[in-house]
Design a protein around this ligand. Structure first.
Ligand SMILES: NC(=O)c1ccc[n+]([C@@H]2O[C@H](COP(=O)([O-])OP(=O)(O)OC[C@H]3O[C@@H](n4cnc5c(N)ncnc54)[C@H](OP(=O)(O)O)[C@@H]3O)[C@@H](O)[C@H]2O)c1
Length: 290
């Protein structure tokens, strides 16, 4: 039997594009379908043979045509976190359409179990429940925080000498988005049966004090961790230009980190892809060298 066509939703996002690039580099012939709200952004992938189609989870009526012919699908969670539950409704619409067109297996990019995060985490739990209630087989990838979020704080930490957050002594098992993409691509390629939940995190958890020490060591500049309260963190992010809603979301992640909810490590990347996750030290060094 020939391999079923593999579909990636949200293909113009960072993760979706990377998964498709990885799949295109895997030897063997297969049909790749990419759905996105912005097909023009994927002209390069279309030129490499990817079947690029327009799809918007807010337009449920159009999803069945966009998903037609797919055998397995990677459902990438959207970034519609502006209103609680909006994203869960989008994902539920996508799940109904994937089931309606007869997809055999859905891989979903979820979030590790972090109740303190609030609405962002609740959307993921609601989507997992929608998958449970569907007739679909699935692989839920409970991804931890992208290491890119830690890297984004590096320039300011070096410039000011302080890594400021409300994470207290909490540690994070950071994982690069590229490693998340490699796991997602591997799960999509696998002819998995049934339903499973995979915890996807880095193999090491670091506190902000350890992260500050790492930045100091690699940059040669003095950097220390300065712990603030959640309210101070929100105020600092708003003062830096972030809208208050986004600032509260970031601060909620800090609170979840302080509560130890994002510290659980995993060897899933190496186990599922055959190549170990890229260590945070290496990611920071590469950023500083760039
Ligand atoms: N683990 C973490 O630390 C972390 C951090 C940030 C985000 N995330 C989650 O992981 C996802 C992928 O990460 P990323 O870095 O690739 O994010 P990103 O580059 O910001 O991409 C946003 C994604 O949302 C999709 N999207 C937005 N509205 C949509 C709609 N109405 N219908 C269908 N798709 C829609 C986009 O698809 P198109 O533009 O192609 O339509 C795109 O795939 C994010 O969307 C978010 O849910 C996780």
């Amino acid at each position: 039997m020939s391999e079923p066509a593999l579909l990636v939703t949200g293909a113009a996002g960072h993760l979706g594009r990377r998964v498709l690039e990885i799949l295109l580099d895997v030897p063997g012939a297969r049909t790749l379908i990419a759905t996105t709200r912005q097909p023009a952004k994927l002209a390069d992938l279309a030129a490499r043979g990817v079947d690029v189609r327009a799809a918007d989870f807010d337009d449920e009526a159009g999803l069945a045509a966009a998903f037609a012919g797919a055998g397995r699908a990677l459902l990438i969670s959207t970034d519609a976190v502006d209103a609680p539950g909006r994203r869960a409704a989008q994902h539920a619409a996508a799940i109904r359409a994937l089931a309606a067109v007869g997809v055999q297996h859905v891989v979903y990019t979820s979030l590790v179990d972090a109740p303190t995060v609030g609405a962002v985490a609740a959307d993921h739990r609601a989507t997992e429940a929608a998958l449970q209630e569907s007739a679909l087989d699935f692989t839920v990838l409970r991804n931890n925080l992208y290491a890119e979020l830690a890297l984004a704080a590096v320039p300011a930490a070096i410039a000011t000498g302080a890594l400021v957050d409300a994470r207290g002594d909490g540690a994070v098992a950071w994982i690069s988005r590229d490693d998340c993409a490699r796991v997602a691509a591997a799960m999509l390629l696998e002819a998995a049966l049934g339903r499973r939940l995979v915890h996807v995190a880095g193999p090491v958890a670091v506190t902000s004090a350890e992260l500050a020490a790492l930045i100091a060591e690699l940059s040669g500049k003095a950097v220390v961790h300065r712990a603030v309260t959640v309210d101070e963190r929100v105020a600092g992010l708003v003062a830096a230009g972030l809208p208050e809603g986004a600032a509260r979301t970031y601060a909620a992640f800090d609170a979840a980190i302080a509560a130890g909810e994002l510290a659980k490590t995993s060897t899933a990347v190496e186990r599922l892809t055959g190549t170990a996750a890229r260590p945070l030290r290496e990611l920071i060094a590469a950023q500083l060298a760039a």
